[in-house]
Write a new protein. Structure first.
Length: 256
């Protein structure tokens, strides 16, 4: 099985899972189900890809593939209860367009929208996809270990940041300025970036995986050029004290 055939099969599997999620949300008449489980489609896609690789005897399973799929499993399970505001911003245009096509009962355009969002998701997670085709040597190298450390640091930063956000409702203040939030206004986004950076480093050790860097660059663009500005605009309009906070704490690290 060629790389193109493998990717095409996984892309349509990802699309079918998304169709299932959207269908369930239509039945419930709410996008909450789709938003909650949005990233589960890519997890199902990679796990089926691993099974397909073994069934078709494409190559042997490697520690790198197991590592990549384990990290993806952890992140996707975490995503079920996390990233709600991020997913709303990310998918707002898609959901608005989907509502319009559902109202007009245009099946062809609905399917086209799903194909687009599936391709978008598929490209973003290309580092995981590439490690499930020809994952390279069975043993892990120093690059894999470096990637793993960066992934774990990213997840840890996300968890700490999100824990502080959840505790915000029990405090009088509406802006967090302690912990990682004292160093950056968006440590949760930095954590996501670090996770995908670590995975991209791991993917570099797989065979013919250089193409996956486009997915990582797309994620970086989405995080810092799409999601971050919209979060900033929303917070500035909702909380007066956020302006003072933004004058003290940088957006990312050292630059505002």
């Amino acid at each position: 099985m060629s790389n193109i055939e493998f990717l095409t099969i996984l892309y349509f599997i990802n699309t079918l899972v998304l169709i299932g999620l959207i269908s369930r949300s239509i039945i419930k008449k709410s996008p909450r189900f789709f938003l909650k489980f949005f990233f589960i489609s890519i997890l199902a896609c990679t796990l089926i890809g691993s099974a397909l690789k073994g069934f078709m005897d494409i190559s042997e399973f490697s520690n790198r593939q197991i590592l990549a799929n384990t990290m993806l499993f952890i992140w996707c399970i975490k995503s079920i209860s996390s990233y709600r505001s991020i997913k709303v911003i990310l998918l707002s245009n898609f959901l608005e367009a989907l509502r319009g096509e559902i109202a007009s009962k245009n099946i062809f355009r609905i399917f086209r929208l799903i194909l687009k969002i599936s391709l978008f998701q598929f490209i973003c997670f290309s580092s995981f996809i590439s490690t499930n085709y020809l994952s390279g040597a069975s043993h892990l190298n120093y690059l894999d270990l470096l990637g793993l450390v960066i992934c774990l640091l990213g997840i840890t930063l996300e968890l700490i940041s999100e824990k502080q956000l959840r505790s915000l409702s029990f405090k009088k203040t509406r802006v967090i300025s302690t912990g990682p939030w004292a160093v950056s206004r968006h440590p949760n986004l930095i954590g996501i970036f670090m996770f995908f950076l670590g995975m991209q480093i791991i993917a570099f050790s797989a065979i013919s995986s250089l193409w996956s860097i486009f997915g990582f660059l797309l994620i970086a663009f989405i995080l810092f050029q799409n999601i971050l500005p919209k979060i900033e605009k929303n917070l500035l309009s909702k909380f007066i004290e956020y302006k003072t906070y933004s004058e003290i704490v940088p957006k990312i690290f050292y630059f505002k």
